[in-house]
Design a protein around this ligand. Sequence first.
Ligand SMILES: [Mg+2]
Length: 269
Amino acid sequence: MMGLIFDMDGVLYRGSEPVEGAGELIRLLRGRRIPFIFLTNNSTKDPSMYREKLLSMGIDVSEERIVTSGLATRIYMEKHFEPGKILVIGGDGLLREMERLGWGVVGVEEARNGEWKDVKYVVVGLDPELTYEKLKYATLAIRNGARFIGTNPDTTYPAEDGLHPGAGAITAALKASTDVEPLIIGKPNEPAYEVAREKLDGVDEIWMVGDRLDTDIAFAKRFGMKAIMVLTGVNSLEDVERSGIRPDLVLPSVKELTGYIKAKLEEEG
Ligand SMILES: [Mg+2]
């Protein structure tokens, strides 16, 4: 059976505007019982917050189908690492996921009291309230032996007025101050694939639908998924020609993907 992984921003919506046909596509998949999940590199919201956002745009999916890089970080840490205190640089979504681990989160107040010395993991995502002090304690903890983990590699975040600094820009600052290379969880890396694969248990062919060449499409190519690029987000056809990363299929938007999947289902009877 086939299954799909969708990136969200630039694929299903742009900002708070749904992409035309996104709701219909999701209804088709649910109606035909085709397995699918949403996988985003953004860690500032958690799945319940994304469910609300999607619902407001007419896309109704359960939380279980939504995987953020923050959730993927939690699942990966739970599976591979020993419990230990965590210092978080990130938004509310990431903070919630790290609290759910139950290993203890060290905030700035505690760090000021010297608790940065007990930190075993420094976990970094996009933090809209980043301060010098957070970078300072993260640097001290990593230099003291704490494991350095980044939720996603994106150095920029597309906003209405242009590109803002992404999680990758913050991990870059800490790389410079510590000389330590972080483990990065999100697309196009292996930990994100491991978590997504488990969610799509029983699926033998995965289609990855995304708008970004360096994360979504590179991720698909690296792990043997069918790479479907839509042109409603960050990258254009010219970028495809320039990049050397080749999607298997390029569509104007998810609207055309609905027709493509219907045709495939008919073909198979
Ligand atoms: Mg995207």
